[in-house]
Design a protein around this ligand. Structure first.
Ligand SMILES: Cc1cc2nc3c(=O)[nH]c(=O)nc-3n(C[C@H](O)[C@H](O)[C@H](O)COP(=O)(O)OP(=O)(O)OC[C@H]3O[C@@H](n4cnc5c(N)ncnc54)[C@H](O)[C@@H]3O)c2cc1C
Length: 342
């Protein structure tokens, strides 16, 4: 069985590794025009937390996110933090709306989830000159893609997986080369490749700074969208979420918004050392697409495609759960194939 994976971002690399690991005899090859450290996840802090996922059914989100959280826990407990970039982190998340009076669906997936008292919210509002209405404290993981991706890629290659740097124009191109199964993890690239015009960039600009005293993650789900996420050697300050915006260049006004907003939340950041500014385009979609499709190539060959793209602001959060479903889909395809031969 020859399997082509399109994409070497966090979704492509986790899919490639889990498929090769589950089916060692398969010939699995990744095709991509960008690899780490040049994929969308590489500039992100890799915080676990479902966000910007459109109308993706909540049960799918919690299943994929829960599975990924367990994987991070295994990496953490195995003492692989320095290699994989997985850290355990206290998080405060506040919002300016009353979302609902019940906990978010993912509350049970993290550790020590607690609603912040009204008194504490008022105190934060005075300190931050903000208008938060509700908030939660909990502990979860960050998995820095810039460390996680090379680590996992090395494991994939050690299993016999192959890699080629190449832009794929159409999926037929791979069908014509004799691949039996294509796993499409092209992120925003699916806009042209499939083509799927429901794919929309959600532009995110961040600073990466040195501030070793920042040990707590703070996320403001308000109109500022400011956040402070410590990683192992640096801290990510954000952010923006500009839908439909394809601009990869750093903008001065966004830099000012991020710096001023994060210093308002944590004044000690005024003395941080800026390492770099970065822009990434989150692969937004009305819903994550994780499904199997049968295509007929121009040569008349039937070919199976598993689409795994459109993870918005949560690719790191969902990656392992989605990759596990890809393996399950291949198992089901094999059963169907056997049944059709009986
Ligand atoms: C500022 C910012 C902060 C973020 N923070 C977080 C966070 O804290 N937690 C979290 O979970 N998520 C976060 N995200 C979202 C996360 O980064 C993305 O959801 C994730 O990286 C998407 O991964 P992907 O593999 O689908 O896409 P990508 O990383 O974009 O990878 C797509 C791959 O497909 C390849 N490709 C595309 N088209 C073709 C083609 N035609 N031929 C060959 N190759 C092709 C590309 O070269 C690339 O290798 C953040 C994103 C941004 C921008």
């Amino acid at each position: 069985m020859r399997v082509a994976i399109v994409g070497a971002g966090v979704i492509g690399v986790t899919s490639a590794f889990t498929v090769k690991n589950a089916f060692p005899s398969y010939d699995v090859k990744i095709f991509a025009d960008a690899f780490s450290p040049d994929t969308t996840g590489d500039g992100s802090a890799g915080l676990w937390g479902p966000i910007y996922l459109g109308d993706t059914p909540i049960d799918n989100i919690t299943r994929w996110a829960g599975c990924t959280h367990q994987w991070f826990e295994q990496l953490w407990k195995a003492g692989l933090s320095s290699k994989t970039g997985v850290s355990l982190l206290p998080v405060t998340r506040v919002t300016s709306d009353y979302k609902d009076d019940i906990d978010p669906k993912w509350a049970k997936l993290v550790y020590g989830f607690q609603e912040i008292t009204d008194e504490k919210i008022q105190r934060l509002n005075e300190e931050h000159k903000s208008n938060y209405k509700q908030g939660w404290n909990f502990i979860t993981y960050t998995a820095e893609p810039v460390l996680l991706l090379p680590w996992l890629m090395e494991k994939f290659i050690a299993l016999g997986g192959k890699v080629e740097k190449r832009k794929i124009r159409t999926l037929d191109e791979l069908a014509e080369e004799g691949y039996d199964l294509i796993i499409n993890c092209s992120g925003l690239g699916a806009r042209e490749l499939v083509p799927d015009k429901t794919m929309t960039p959600i532009r995110g600009q961040v600073y990466r700074v040195k501030a070793p005293w920042a040990l707590h993650c703070f996320i403001a789900d308000d109109e500022s969208c400011n956040y402070i996420i410590p990683n192992i050697h640096s801290v990510v300050l954000g952010g923006t979420h500009q839908e439909g915006d394809f601009d990869y260049f750093v903008r001065e006004e966004d830099s000012k918004h991020i710096y001023d907003g994060c210093c308002r939340i944590m004044p000690s950041l005024k003395t941080c050392q800026i390492i770099r500014s970065w822009v990434g385009l989150r692969p937004g979609r009305p819903q994550v697409r994780l499904e199997c499709e049968t295509l007929n190539s121009p040569m008349g060959k039937e070919i199976k495609v598993i689409h795994n793209y459109g993870h918005g602001g949560s690719g790191v959060t969902l990656c392992w759960g989605c990759a596990t479903d890809v393996v399950e889909m291949i198992r089901n395809l094999k059963v169907q194939e056997l049944n059709s031969k009986l």
